[in-house]
Design a protein around this ligand. Structure first.
Ligand code: 3NM
Length: 224
């Protein structure tokens, strides 16, 4: 019962966050590629939260369910300590089991409408590459869309062209939902990104491949 109350209040908080934030939020994504062991994972996540990361996502592509859930629980306790949002990539079951705030799905994952149906109160993010997919995600009940790649990235192998700021802006203008920009973003490239209308910037390498994620997150926030 307590967990449900906590989840609900965090869910409400996230929506207030979008509404109240004057600047785009900082959304960090971490996985075993950036932090193979528990100590590294907890250290890096704590540093990113200390540096001002607003939303954290755990993304694992080749990990057993049990191991993914175990790591998700470690990160859940840290994000809860800092009062920040936790999103799980792809796996709605793991998101629900670890008490995360939400789940993020791609176009090839469980369809957004299905996720919305089985987890009505979870925050639902959907990756989109164009205006049509953005509209469909909005209609399926998504709470935000992740639009990318804005620039070429080495963190994920993608066969699609980059959106650039103009493609990102077109997606932002096509829907009412908050748009999270992703792909190849760093301290330099996020300058001026608020002009596209996006409400958050998501990054792997510019936060978690840095020696000092706290310092990296802090200066990214300053540049937004
Ligand atoms: N999804 P970095 S780009 C996980 O466009 C992910 O769908 C993308 O990492 C998409 O900040 C990406 O290091 C990787 O470029 C983002």
């Amino acid at each position: 019962n307590k967990l449900i109350v906590k989840e609900k209040s965090l869910f409400g908080r996230c929506h207030n966050l979008w509404k109240q934030a004057e600047k785009p939020l900082l959304y960090g994504i971490i996985g075993s590629g950036q932090a193979p062991d528990d100590i590294g994972l907890c250290t890096k996540v704590r540093e990113a939260l200390e540096g001002g990361c607003d939303i954290l996502q755990i993304r694992e592509k080749n990990m057993s369910t049990g191991e993914f859930l175990r790591r998700a629980r470690l990160v859940r306790s840290l994000t809860a300590e800092y009062g920040k949002i936790l999103i799980i990539n792809d796996r709605v079951d793991i998101a629900m089991a670890c008490g995360a705030d939400g789940v993020h799905v791609g176009q090839e994952d469980m369809p957004a409408g299905e996720v919305r149906r089985i987890w009505p109160q979870g925050i639902l993010g959907v990756t989109v590459r164009n205006k049509e997919q953005a509209k469909a995600a909005e209609e399926a009940g998504a709470d935000y869309v992740g639009a990318g790649p804005v620039f070429p990235t080495t963190s994920k192998s993608l066969e699609v062209p980059s959106l650039g700021f103009s493609g990102l802006q077109q997606i932002c203008q096509s829907i009412d939902l908050p748009v999270v920009a992703i792909g190849g973003l760093d301290a330099e490239r996020i300058q001026g990104i608020s002009q596209t209308g996006c409400r958050a910037v998501a990054m792997i390498s510019a936060i978690f491949n840095e020696d000092d994620p706290k310092k990296a997150a802090h200066s990214l926030k300053e540049n937004l």
